[in-house]
Design a protein around this ligand. Structure first.
Ligand code: FE2
Length: 206
């Protein structure tokens, strides 16, 4: 079963038109130091993330066609692949409803030794008040999870969406069967021992 409730402004309430609000509503990562890659921008979680989604790369439901194959890697800020990172995605169904009882179009995978992930899913519907079809994502390595959204190249409405960022656009090719194949590499910062173990944290240990 799916709900018919429509989101009203994601996690932050009301929205307005006029360009991405991502940087105004979600704390962004520090800019890259010299020689580092820019970390993936963060975006809102929205109201529909739920714990407990199954581990699976194929999110297709019966009778679905594979509309989008999304693949890429999880990298650190130096471009080094991160094996064992969790990539968790969720989206609406084809008409814009999120499954709040089960886990349709919601699942996670763990990156392989090359830091790679892959999903096969549908292209989600769009729903008020959003203008862009989007896929919600959480990515976690040895770090706090980061939350963001991906947008699909060639789909209508991207530029009109309040949260759209070209930095989060999945570049796609389309095969003979009409399936889009998109690639997106996430860049996250791992928490190193040097950063995690401070005199203050050691003093606070019990
Ligand atoms: Fe959403």
């Amino acid at each position: 079963m799916t709900t018919t409730q429509k989101p009203r402004g994601g996690a932050t309430g009301t929205q307005h038109k006029g360009g991405s609000r991502a940087g105004k509503t979600v704390r962004q990562p520090d800019p890259p130091a010299q020689g580092e890659r820019r970390q993936t921008p963060r975006e809102i979680e929205g109201p529909y993330f739920r714990l407990g989604a199954p581990k699976r790369s194929n999110l297709l439901e019966p009778n679905d066609k594979p509309e989008l194959v999304l693949k890429g890697r999880v990298l650190n800020e130096h471009g080094k692949p991160i094996p064992g990172a969790v990539v968790n995605i969720w989206s609406s169904d084809a008409v814009g409803n999120y499954d709040m009882l089960g886990y349709k179009y919601h699942g996670y995978v763990v990156t392989d030794a090359s830091g790679s992930y892959e999903f096969t899913t549908i292209i989600p519907g769009c729903y008020q008040p959003r203008d862009a079809k989007h896929i919600h994502v959480k990515v976690q390595g040895i770090s706090s999870p980061i939350t963001t959204q991906l947008y699909i190249e060639g789909e209508p409405g991207n530029e009109d969406d309040d949260f759209y960022s070209p930095d989060l656009l999945v570049h796609c090719t389309t095969d003979k069967k009409g399936t889009k194949h998109g690639t997106y590499d996430f860049v996250i910062k791992q928490v190193t021992e040097r950063e995690n173990v401070t005199p203050e944290s050691l003093a606070a240990r019990v």
